[in-house]
Design a protein around this ligand. Sequence first.
Ligand code: PMP
Length: 399
Amino acid sequence: MSRLPLASRTTDLVGSVIDSSTSLLARQRHDIVRFAMGSPAAEAVPSQLLGHLAATELAAPDAYDYAATEGDPRLREALLAELDGTTDRTTPERLLITAGGMQGLDLAFKLFVDPGDLVVVESPTYTNGSATAMSYQAQLLEVPVDEEGMQVDRLEELVTHAGRAPKAIYAIPTFQNPSGASMSIERRRRLIELTRRWGSLLIDDDPYGRLRFAGTEVPSLHELADGDPLVLSVRTFSKIIGPGLRVGWIDADPALQQLLINAKQAMDTCTNMPLQRLVAAFLEGGHLRDHLTTQQAAYRERKLTMQAALEDWFGALARWTDPEGGFFLWVTFQESVDTEALFEQALADGVAFIPGNAFSPSKFFPNALRLCFASSTPDRIREGVARLRTAYDHLVGAV
Ligand code: PMP
């Protein structure tokens, strides 16, 4: 590598422990309960129905053309109709179809972050989000999260201490990845106030908001900001239909539309057309709402099963969060446990998770781990948590 004329920004390309776990797990030959990736279970993806719709949609000759960069008109229209009446309601001039949520984050950071700019991230945060900010050579400021989401008072203190305003604030307000926490409405309002005071960009990344299975809905940052140009929202179909589709959207101030289009044209021209058509047909048929209702019930059961299994196997050893939706539990051990070492042991013992430090650029969480309850059936969840206890006993030498 030393003789290659690499760009200096490559030193800030950190990769993703989460994404790498996909290939790591694919190489394993023994049975593993998968609590690592944040994916819907294979049986939770409406693949039969999608296959049925694909037979027509993917047989259309124009399904293989380049799409408009802002998105295929059919998908745009179906999406606008779908969002009508939800907290993410929007208008055509604010909408850009992207290759998943990740491309939305990439475009947001690309447009707003210069090398050395301060970017606020939650702590813990979604690894790939902070990695994207780093890929534009941001300097990250981690702000702690508690059961009401980002601690906005701490945000104010930490920014004062940093002595300069953040260029961007990256927030995952609902069923946060990885903690499962949701930001209270008071904190959401206060966060928008601070954003306005500092003139920062607020990135509202909310892939899980439609997967609520308990509690009452809180308005999105998008809705509370009421069209403020400083708020850019990133959404995706990955968690509500299937992540392999790689279809999502950005909702941004209309004045940004052309810049977003220019940036996307310099990146991938357009989002892939056949899958935009497939998602459009799924939405047009009114299938998303039924699908969400089924998923919410399944995920509620899975979360409760995982919490009960944790109580059985780790009652006095750890504590965990209690999300009202989404995919994740965040587990923190009472005594010091190296969860990166536990990961190796757990893999050998047949269960996978993501170690806490993957969610903190400064590695503040050696003692924690993230479990995805969405991907496994209740029986497999019970089995996986029992295996995790076996791994724990192997690691601490109790067996
Ligand atoms: N943001 C968050 C908080 C996520 O959890 C994810 C997916 N794990 C993404 C963005 C990226 O979504 P996509 O897979 O659609 O790129």
